[in-house]
Write a protein that binds this ligand. Structure first.
Ligand code: FAD
Ligand code: NAD
Length: 560
């Protein structure tokens, strides 16, 4: 960083923290004629996270899923490779660590690198080489700051996870898993191996039946069936086992029930054992310790590779920002609380925005507005609403109260459920109950790439439109609050099949009355969707070649 970066030049400076799904659309669309745009992130590339499960088994290669941040945003955005470690909203300054010796600053985790380098050799030399460089800590001023730092893996403090399990969040995680799978097969193939040890080595355990766990288990089953089967026919026939462990009573619990059922059946056909209502209590070097719901007994399952995919939690900087602003304003939520323009709550001058996994948008509670909503809708002053009036209420208020979105597809069903005495009318009390349910259901937007990228694009448009950064009375400038447009959820479930859930999508998709989709047609949609989502021609080409290569010649199973 040069001295001139410590003072702001003629144009207002917008500093964006992060180079992921939220930051990149923002950086691409911010008007650089109007602002000096600076991106600070420890990762000098964008990572296409939805394809990480494919990378972990070699269906897709590492370089296909990453794109240099510099080539994505061009020279009009200044990029600095560093971790932001502190923020001072009063002096509008951030403090950053740019120490390249720290692998964490590239999204890697030290313990795991050291652990894997001991076994695999190589990685540790990179740490030593890096440490020969020196990069000072620095401070940088901003006029507006956008925090888009994502999240980290949640272990729920389960013993042994950090030491013995693999995460699947960064590109290095995927490479390590690929290597560990190969290692397990080569070890099992050693001539003097006992039957018991061979079975343990080839038992792969996935913890967490959310989309990450499901997609990884699916890709692993593909690798075993399509490639490893040719090279290790006896091992695959007799010893390989994949187990997916989920604490709830079904997998993919955020999707439609039909989709969970389909996935569970599909997995059974693919020989993936799914243990539901089962909680992993501890991960040891050679086993996982589980507990079935309703039982006090702990059971040990011998295994080798464990992939931990039980969800996410806030990064230390996210918690630090919430503390600096004041937990009273920031309440006890997971992310940084923002208003509906994505400005961080509690920052008076509106100069800090937060987007993506690290942020939570404050939702006005429907139940608090119920009296007014009811009176507005009850145009005939009968003290009760009929279906027509209820429909109008939902349709008109959906922009103001995004929670109502969940009703927009099932208005009639919601009405009938709330109208318990079948009178054809909803009283204030009945409406209260229905809206309370909506408040409970939509607490926060899901932590997805879809949400982060829409938020990034929205903040870019907002900042491009405002006359100047101090004009923060957005309503006066007729600026619309952020509104999320859900386009459906997709997940790959293996064997050229995917699942697609349209619940909660916008009315335009509703017109086609789209039902949950599964199977091969969903897989084609999954592939075409992610192909078009690839940011550049380079990664699109690489992805197409990877898919063709895998189809024609199989995956490369060598360990490097
Ligand atoms: P990220 O994309 O994680 O970006 C955060 C950025 O901040 C990174 O560049 C990081 O290096 C940087 N950073 C971290 N700390 C600091 C710091 N202190 N200072 C500065 N920068 C920092 N979502 C979907 O919608 N569809 C999918 O199919 C899908 N598949 C997924 C598959 C996997 C395996 C995983 C792990 C996630 C998947 N997701 C998917 C979720 C999606 O990846 C996240 O919701 C999304 O990445 C969130 O975007 P973000 O910008 O908030 O964070
Ligand atoms: P998740 O939070 O969606 O699911 C984690 C699962 O792990 C839950 O079902 C939970 O019940 C289970 N679990 C937690 N602790 C457990 C334990 N000790 N033992 C057994 N099971 C346990 O997490 P994820 O799958 O990592 O996804 C993280 C985020 O990324 C989510 O917001 C998700 O929507 C998003 N994502 C989306 C896609 C997609 O759209 N295809 C793919 C991957 C991730």
């Amino acid at each position: 960083i040069t001295e001139s970066d410590e003072v702001i030049g003629s144009k207002p400076r917008i500093v964006v923290l992060g180079s992921g799904w939220g930051a990149v659309p923002l950086l691409k669309h911010l008007d650089s004629k109007k602002y000096e745009v600076v991106c600070v992130s420890p990762r000098n590339y964008f990572l296409m996270t939805p394809l990480l499960p494919s990378v972990s088994v070699g269906t897709v290669e590492t370089r296909t899923v990453i794109e240099s941040i510099r080539s994505l945003v061009g020279p009009r955005v200044k990029y600095v490779e560093a971790d932001c470690v502190d923020i001072d909203p009063k002096s509008k300054t951030i403090t950053c660590n740019s120490d390249g010796a720290n692998p964490v600053s590239r999204g890697d985790d030290v313990k795991a690198i050291v652990k894997s380098s001991k076994r695999e050799g190589g990685a540790s030399s990179r740490i030593i080489k890096d440490s020969a460089r020196s990069r000072p800590q620095f401070q940088m001023k901003y006029d507006a700051l956008v925090v888009a730092i994502g999240s980290e893996n949640n272990t729920f403090n389960t013993p042994g996870v950090e030491e013995h399990a693999h995460f699947l969040k960064e590109v290095l995680d995927a490479r390590r898993i690929r290597s560990a799978i190969s290692d397990a097969f080569e070890s099992a193939n050693t001539p003097s191996q006992t039957d018991e040890e061979r079975k343990r080595l080839l038992h792969f355990v996935v913890v967490g039946g959310g989309p990450t766990g499901v997609e990884f288990a699916a890709e692993l089953a593909d690798l075993v069936r399509e490639d490893l089967h040719h090279y290790f026919p006896r091992l695959v026939a007799n010893d390989v086992k994949i187990t997916l462990i989920e604490a709830l009573d079904h997998v993919l619990s955020m999707m439609d029930k039909q989709i969970s059922d389909y996935t569970e059946k599909h997995f059974r056909r693919e020989n993936i054992e799914v243990l539901m209502n089962t909680f992993v209590k501890e991960v040891k070097q050679r086993e996982v310790v589980i507990q079935f719901k309703g039982s006090n007994q702990l059971t040990s399952i011998p295994c080798s590779v464990v992939v931990w995919a039980t969800g996410i939690k806030a990064r230390p900087l996210t918690n630090r920002i919430r503390e600096i602003i004041g937990l009273k304003v920031q309440s006890n939520r997971m992310g940084i609380l923002t208003d509906r323009y994505l400005r961080v709550k509690g920052v008076e001058d509106g100069s800090i925005f937060a987007i993506g996994d690290c942020a939570t948008i404050e939702q006005p509670k429907l139940v608090d507005q119920i009296q007014t909503l009811f009176e507005e809708a009850d145009t005939q002053h009968r003290g009760a609403l009929d279906l027509q009036q209820f429909k109008l209420l939902v349709e008109r208020k959906v922009a103001e109260f995004p929670q109502l979105d969940i009703f927009s597809k099932t208005i009639e069903k919601t009405f009938q459920e709330a109208d318990k005495d079948k009178s054809g009318f909803l009283t204030l009390a009945a409406l209260h109950l229905a809206l309370e349910k909506a408040d409970r259901k939509i607490r926060a937007l899901p932590a997805t790439a879809q949400v982060a990228s829409q938020e990034g694009r929205y903040v870019a448009d907002l900042l491009n439109q405002i006359p100047n950064l101090s004009a923060n009375d957005y309503q006066q400038h007729d600026l619309k609050p952020f509104r999320y447009k859900h386009m459906g959820s997709l997940a790959y479930v293996g064997s050229d099949s995917a699942v697609l859930d349209f619940t909660g999508t916008r009315p335009i998709l509703d017109l086609f009355n789209l039902q949950p989709l599964s199977g091969r047609s969903a897989a084609y949609l999954w592939k075409s969707f992610y192909f078009t989502e690839m940011f550049t021609g380079r990664t699109k080409t690489l992805l197409a070649f990877d898919w063709i290569r895998t189809h024609l010649y199989g995956r490369d199973i060598s360990r490097y």
